[in-house]
Design a protein around this ligand. Structure first.
Ligand SMILES: CC(C)(COP(=O)(O)OP(=O)(O)OC[C@H]1O[C@@H](n2cnc3c(N)ncnc32)[C@H](O)[C@@H]1OP(=O)(O)O)[C@@H](O)C(=O)NCCC(=O)NCCS
Length: 189
């Protein structure tokens, strides 16, 4: 039984995941939304200016009124710096109790395990608090670092979906991963 909670603040060892605000916009525009190296395999177009980032943040802020909307800004605890975002969404997810992950991290912070830490916290929250049965994610086969995050979070490879989505690099073949609640309970994390 899914019991939506909304985007609640989550704490990990090094990170805090919380609702995004306009105050996060300038840093995230510089490091994520406006950085083509970060957006290369993402499904949105690189933001041309801070106004576009503010516009998206305003839409998300409005969406926080809905209890089934999950979009966190990832903040470094040591200095309060916003370093990325992670979300969990799905069309019709009450029916199949499944959510899909999406995430991005500022380039200077890649390779430090931050996204593994953030996604693990979201998986824990979505299984333990929201009551999902399945969480899935997919990545372009040309973006293997994202697949490494999925595996490190206990997700299993389910197959390759040909030309699943379009981005600035054209149509992307994608590897699909998922974790079930039973997998998660079995891992004891
Ligand atoms: C994919 C991304 C989220 C990874 O975040 P991260 O915090 O660097 O990931 P982690 O440090 O937790 O490490 C995950 C793995 O990716 C590897 N990795 C990190 N950066 C990498 C890079 N630039 N190239 C290759 N591998 C990389 C790490 O070595 C690790 O692999 P390992 O388990 O084999 O050691 C980040 O690179 C990013 O935001 N990329 C742009 C946006 C994006 O692609 N989002 C996902 C779309 S599906």
């Amino acid at each position: 039984m899914v019991q939506h909670q909304g985007t609640k603040t989550l704490d990990t060892e090094r990170l805090q995941l919380r609702q995004i605000t306009r105050g996060d916009g300038p840093v995230l525009f510089e490091t994520c939304f406006g950085n083509p190296n970060v957006t290369k395999f993402l499904r949105y177009e690189t933001h041309p200016d801070l106004d576009e980032t503010d516009r998206i943040i305003d839409i998300w802020t409005e969406s926080y009124k809905k209890t089934d909307f999950y979009l966190w800004v990832i903040v470094l605890k040591e200095n309060g710096e916003p370093i990325g975002t992670v979300g969990c969404d799905k069309e019709g997810w009450d029916a199949d109790a499944a959510g899909a992950l999406g995430y991005q991290l500022a380039e200077k912070h890649w390779g430090k395990g931050y996204m593994t830490e953030a996604v693990s916290a979201v998986i824990k929250f979505m299984f333990e608090q929201v009551g999902l049965n399945r969480i899935e994610a997919y990545h372009s086969t040309r973006n293997p670092a994202s697949g490494a995050v999925m595996r490190r979070c206990g997700m299993q490879y389910e197959g390759m979906c040909r030309e699943k989505y379009y981005c600035s690099q054209g149509y992307q073949d994608c590897n699909m991963y998922a974790i079930l609640k039973s997998d998660y309970m079995g891992r004891g994390i």
